[in-house]
Design a protein around this ligand. Structure first.
Ligand code: FES
Length: 259
């Protein structure tokens, strides 16, 4: 499915934690309905204005009945600062959906015990992932790590099979790393998204335990369609791959463990 570029309307925007915003957007194009792990590029400024590039933001949730698309993102730099200023009723440019995402319907059937692991703003795409897995009849366990204060975790109650949290500061949950919250051997599949050091740790642990592991990677993006080679990633494949077009979801064996 090709991405589409639309003028979209903001339904609501709230600050859920310091520098973390949740934006709700009206998306009526059902032919371009997204699924978990895909992303859109967002632009709330003119094409002749800085920053030059639109901002790739993953889908936090998609509600087809209400045509509501949610983006949970970190305000970090000029682009996201401009996005954070948008209010209900404002129009801006949204392009997508892009990327492969997680094939949750197949994963829910093929794997029995599923664990979803996220770190910081890397938890953002995992909400839709958990929603889709639960809807497919295989609610996963969830382990999240944050630096200090967890955000947007209450919504997993009743959706995930279990939810555990670790924080660096010890302010909430277990003090330490998210990888201390689980044993990879207890699972058949681990889905990951978060900062690179955490992903490397978690991916290495899964691969060493012989557990299938899929990682959603992040990159700075320009075209978003595999044309500019701005987001190429080193993998075990012979040819170069683009995170935007071939990913952002890759098998851990192909990427991080070779890092
Ligand atoms: Fe251009 Fe990925 S952003 S190839």
């Amino acid at each position: 499915m090709r991405a589409v570029c639309c003028d979209a309307v903001v339904l609501d925007q709230t600050v859920v934690e310091e520098n973390i915003c949740l934006m709700k957007v009206l998306w009526t194009d059902m032919e371009h309905a997204p699924h978990a792990g895909q992303f859109f590029t967002l632009r709330a400024w003119g094409h002749d204005e800085e920053p030059f590039l639109s901002r790739p933001i993953s889908v936090h949730s998609w509600d087809p009945e209400n045509h509501e698309l949610q983006f949970l993102y970190q305000v970090k730099g000029h682009g996201t600062e401009k996005l954070a200023k948008l209010k209900a009723g404002d129009h801006f440019q949204v392009t997508g959906p892009m990327g492969n995402g997680f094939d949750t319907a197949t994963l829910a059937k093929e794997y029995n015990r599923i664990l979803v692991v996220g770190g910081g703003i890397g938890t953002a795409p995992l909400y839709q992932t958990v929603r889709e897995l639960a809807a497919a009849g295989n609610a996963p366990d969830v382990c999240f790590g944050f630096t200090d204060v967890p955000y947007e975790t209450a919504k997993y109650k009743g959706l995930a099979k279990s939810l555990k949290v670790a924080t660096d500061s010890g302010k909430a949950g277990v003090k330490g790393f998210v990888t201390q919250l689980y044993d990879p051997k207890d699972y058949d599949l681990i889905l990951l998204c978060g900062p690179t050091p955490m992903m490397k740790n978690a991916a290495n642990g899964a691969v060493a335990a012989g557990v299938k592991c899929l990682c959603s990677l992040e990159a700075k993006m320009a075209c978003g369609i595999g044309a500019c080679l701005g987001c190429t990633c080193k993998t075990t494949r012979e040819q170069a791959v683009s995170i935007c077009k071939d990913g952002p979801v890759f098998d851990a064996k192909e990427v991080l463990v070779h890092g």
